[in-house]
Design a protein around this ligand. Structure first.
Ligand SMILES: NC(=O)c1ccc[n+]([C@@H]2O[C@H](COP(=O)([O-])OP(=O)(O)OC[C@H]3O[C@@H](n4cnc5c(N)ncnc54)[C@H](O)[C@@H]3O)[C@@H](O)[C@H]2O)c1
Length: 449
């Protein structure tokens, strides 16, 4: 099947719990999902691209505070031959007018982090399914607000955590479920990505002093850099912990109980700017965010989990997954698997790909063609598709509000732990005890992804 064709994904299965809107005016009734987009910058545009490829999606409205983002989006929609979207702009509250529309079933939020919480809350109150980019909120209370609002309104909220759908990550999930690693005891993941050029547009276009954003700064440098100046903690935990949560059945028979975080000194960003533009004011900023922040979590069932945030230093990209159990392990960083008695040689690594080819997830086998060419190696198709199918079938999203906030709240908890001298922080039970009986349905079949 070509990427432009309509994708129908099969039957509805039991969601882990049901909080579905009733009697709604959903366009989903017509087999179409009518979408509003809030934030159409770099990431919003990749979700626009996915939407334009599908015949079961209508892009009804877009909202952004910047004309330059709207223009790119407008031109892209026009080029696709699809109808123009109604535009909302004029200030940070412009999205509220978009939410008043009755002909929108769901919103995709891809704005800077500080806007995710209010926009998502308002969208749920307006009866729209929410697909929100990472991260969910900036404080622990904001995460509770999302749970409370989703429960009260009955509207699903999904963090669009695409790494959960990465092909090797899903193959490893398949291996976990088939017991290849034995009983899991330790897991790792992280965001280990040299972001220096993203944060500074090559060192020249973010004018700091800790207060002002450069007029020429583009995309994430307009807003993301300030978080690295103001906050010391894991700013971006979800890419690492999202997959790990599924391996460890978190919120489905298991849960995180507490965490502790450590932060190294912060030298990388200033050194980078000085190297690019000696004497530049950005090199003199007092960056708070440690170069390497590590968080250890305990699980109710006895596993340990380590999540790393490492974005300020020269390094090749790796999310650093490690899945380790009584029979063997996967190490992402050296792309290796070792399974005792099954690997080719005793105590010698096998190339991970050999194992991933063998245990390729059935959903990847099935939808390889549709995902091919989509962003981030195809996983962007999966996460978008999972959200759209849920709206269309009026069912729970594959990553629900509980899982969404669990993976994101590590951010503010890690900040607090570091602030209190590496003090352990109790992990909130957002499910209020339901984790004991909930089932892990993620990617079990077509309906669960
Ligand atoms: N999952 C992934 O792989 C991935 C990749 C990149 C970015 N992201 C996430 O996507 C989000 C957006 O990042 P980006 O790279 O697109 O940033 P960006 O700066 O390119 O785009 C953000 C857009 O939001 C607009 N905006 C700002 N405030 C707004 C408001 N109040 N209302 C409406 N629009 C507003 C900006 O004008 C801009 O066009 C972030 O949460 C980021 O972490 C995720």
């Amino acid at each position: 099947m070509e990427r432009r064709e309509f994708i129908h994904v099969g039957a509805l299965a039991a969601a882990s719990f049901t909080i579905l809107p009733s009697g709604s005016l959903f366009g989903a009734d017509r087999g179409k999902v009518r979408l509003g987009y809030i934030g159409v910058g770099a990431r919003g545009m990749s979700h626009i691209a996915e939407g334009l490829l599908r015949d079961d999606v209508e892009i009804v409205a877009i909202c952004d505070t910047q004309e330059r983002s709207l223009k790119i989006c407008r031109e892209r929609i026009a080029k696709s031959g699809k109808p123009a979207a109604k535009e909302y702009t004029g200030g940070t509250d412009a999205y509220k007018s978009l939410l008043e529309r009755k002909d929108i079933d769901a919103v995709i939020i891809a704005t800077p982090w500080q806007f995710h919480h209010p926009q998502a809350i308002d969208a749920m109150k307006a009866g729209k399914y929410v697909g929100c980019e990472v991260i969910a909120g900036l404080t622990v209370q904001e995460h509770w607000d999302l749970v409370n609002t989703s429960e009260k309104t009955g509207i699903p909220y999904m963090t669009l955590e695409n790494v959960c759908y990465r092909r090797d990550v899903m193959a490893a999930l398949n291996m976990v479920r088939q017991g290849v690693f034995g009983e899991l005891t330790h897991l790792e993941g992280g965001y280990q990505h040299n972001l220096r050029n993203v944060l500074f547009n090559n060192g020249k276009q973010y004018y700091g002093g800790g207060v002002e954003f450069g007029p020429k700064a583009i995309s994430e440098a307009q807003w993301r850099t300030q978080f690295n100046i103001d906050r010391d903690g894991d700013l971006y935990p979800t890419h690492g912990v999202g997959p790990v949560m599924h391996y460890a059945d978190i919120n489905a028979g298991n849960r995180f109980t507490n965490l502790v975080s450590f932060s190294s000194k912060a030298r990388g960003l200033a050194a980078y700017v000085e190297g690019q533009s000696p004497g530049h004011p950005n090199a003199k900023i007092n960056y708070k965010n440690g170069d390497v922040v590590q968080t250890m979590l305990n699980c109710a069932n006895g596993e340990t989990v380590m999540i790393t945030h490492d974005t300020h230093l020269p390094r090749p990209y790796s999310l650093g997954f490690r899945v380790q159990g009584t029979k063997g392990l996967w190490m992402d960083v050296n792309q290796s698997v070792y399974i005792e008695g099954k690997s080719k040689k005793n105590d010698v690594w096998d190339p991970a790909q050999e194992w991933f080819d063998k245990y390729d997830h059935p959903l990847w086998k099935k939808y390889e063609k549709e995902a091919s060419g989509a962003g981030h190696g195809g996983m962007d198709w999966f996460v978008f598709n999972g959200f759209i199918q849920s709206v269309k079938e009026k069912k729970q999203t594959p990553i629900d509000v509980y899982d969404s906030v669990t993976m994101s709240v590590i951010g503010p908890l890690s900040l607090q732990s570091i602030k209190e001298g590496n003090k352990p922080q109790e992990f909130p039970d957002f499910t209020k005890g339901k984790w004991k009986t909930r089932k892990n349905t993620f990617a079990l079949d077509d309906s669960g992804f």
